[in-house]
Design a protein around this ligand. Structure first.
Ligand SMILES: Nc1ncnc2c1ncn2[C@@H]1O[C@H](COP(=O)(O)OP(=O)(O)OP(=O)(O)O)[C@@H](O)[C@H]1O
Ligand SMILES: [Mg+2]
Length: 455
């Protein structure tokens, strides 16, 4: 059932769209809102209209294909993505979706091929569940047991839910000192989830309820995953990362069970940081789940968060998303993700600190902080890392050629910085529209503040 706020929000958006039908970004937001409120048919129509106007827009193709995927209209989804998947600039989520579609079509070989391609392009992207799934099927392929007449490996039966050893557990060697800036995020994490573990009795004495988690949202590359890891390092706890996107589809019908396994695993491995990356995957699925009859998943997630039948003591729950607008509001209730924080790009001071951290133990002349403050406006931590990596590559080339070892200098940085476009810009374009037209009870106030927009 749609609640009143949701209907009101949709109506507002609809009116806004009618007033400015050429604002395509706004129409895309309307389509998203239709989708997340369960109006799949209308959303589909809106996406199709938009695609007529923007036939080259990959994100729209992705979204419509994703919708088809969830409705199990596999070949329709495949057709939509086909023109783009071999392009170099096809986004990761599109490739991931394509891989999922291939798996649904029992084309494991192609799926594995695309997964390899994705990983080559983006070595940090590691999808453990997908890998396990493909891995299991590789084994089958090796043994030649489950191949069909076309040489494709058949899907394994669904009861192949992941066992303990399939869930990742790390012992991070980074801590808060490795994080530049993010002071208020650190403070929130320290107070809300570290302190209750460290000072259990004190919290009890003062009757302060504990539990729940922190949800971080913001542009890519600004340290959400990094700080989650550092939180574990900070208190010498284990780190259990759970990448949710697309993976959930793969375990359709099994997902509740699987999610329960993940929480149980965390409960056996306390103290630990249980980190849900791309948590919007769960929220976003909900509207479609209403129709596909598997909405049990979201309820399961909430139940696990609430620790209904068991205790989550010793588990620090963190989650992150780039797309908070897809997230179900049910997550926000007390005791769940009742702390929702915006993680902005690093400010001038933080940029300097991040650079100091990245440059530590590397030959570098003095950094010109003032220059960095100005020239790297809007850079994410990841952009800064890319900047230095590129500088170092160039420097090494130069040294190998000349035979003369020189430290990295501001001159090198100034030369390279011009070639890097801050990757947070596009995100803010989208976020701005949500913040203005669809500000969920003030969730996005910090975005408006960051952009200097008056409410
Ligand atoms: N505040 C920071 N201090 C030090 N390094 C940082 C910081 N922010 C980002 N980095 C560097 O940038 C890399 C990317 O950051 P991270 O993966 O945490 O971004 P993210 O916010 O999780 O992005 P996404 O939304 O794309 O998942 C990190 O591995 C780290 O090296
Ligand atoms: Mg991340």
């Amino acid at each position: 059932m749609q609640d009143k706020n949701e209907i009101e929000k949709l109506n507002q958006l609809k009116n806004a769209v009618q007033l400015s039908p050429d604002n395509l970004l706004l129409r895309a937001i309307y389509a998203d809102a239709l989708l997340s409120s369960g109006n799949s048919a209308e959303a589909e129509e809106e996406f199709k209209q938009l695609l007529k106007k923007e036939p080259e827009n990959m994100e729209l193709h992705y979204k419509l294909a994703n919708l088809y995927h969830r409705q199990n209209k596999i070949s329709k989804a495949v057709v939509l993505l086909e023109p783009f998947i071999n392009r170099d600039n096809a986004p990761d989520n599109m490739l991931l979706l394509h891989i999922n579609l291939l798996i649904k079509e029992n084309d494991t070989r192609q799926a594995a091929k695309f997964y390899e391609k994705l990983k080559q392009r983006n070595p940090e992207l590691k999808d453990q569940y997908l890998e396990n799934l493909l891995g299991a099927r590789y084994e089958d392929a090796k043994n030649n047991e489950n191949e069909d007449e076309n040489g494709n490996v058949r899907l394994r039966p669904e009861e192949d839910a992941p066992a303990d050893e399939d869930i990742l557990l790390e012992k991070p060697d980074i801590s808060f000192k490795d994080i530049g800036g993010m002071d208020s995020v650190k403070e929130d994490i320290a107070m809300k989830i570290i302190a209750p573990i460290k000072h259990k009795d004190l919290f009890k004495t003062y009757g302060k309820k504990t539990g729940g988690g922190i949800l971080m949202f913001g542009p890519p590359g600004c340290g959400k995953t990094y700080i989650a890891k550092a939180t574990a390092g900070e208190i010498n706890a284990s780190f259990i990362p759970v990448g949710l996107h697309d993976v959930l589809d793969m375990w359709l019908g099994q997902s509740e069970h699987h999610l329960h396994d993940v929480f149980e695993y965390a409960r056996r491995n306390t103290p630990c940081v249980l980190f849900f990356d791309e948590v919007d995957a769960i929220g976003a699925s909900r509207s479609d789940m209403k129709t596909s009859g598997t909405r049990g998943l979201i309820n399961q997630f909430l139940m696990e968060l609430d620790g209904v039948n068991t205790s989550n003591e010793g588990i620090l729950i963190l989650a992150a998303t780039n797309a908070p607008w897809y997230l179900d509001t049910a997550f926000k209730r007390p005791g769940r993700f009742d702390k929702i924080i915006f993680v902005p790009p690093p400010d001038a001071g933080a940029r300097k600190t991040i650079l100091d951290i990245i440059l530590k133990d590397r030959p570098m002349e003095k950094l010109d902080a003032e220059y960095i403050a100005k020239a790297a406006e809007g850079f994410s931590g990841a952009d800064l890392k890319a900047l230095i990596e590129t500088c170092i590559e160039d420097k090494l080339k130069e040294i190998i050629k000349s035979g003369i070892e020189t430290p990295l200098s501001m001159k090198d940085i100034k030369k390279t910085i011009k070639t890097i476009k801050p990757s947070t810009k596009d995100w803010f374009e989208t976020a701005k529209n949500y913040a203005i037209y669809s500000n969920r009870s003030g969730w996005y106030d910090d975005i408006l503040k960051y952009l200097g927009i008056e409410r």
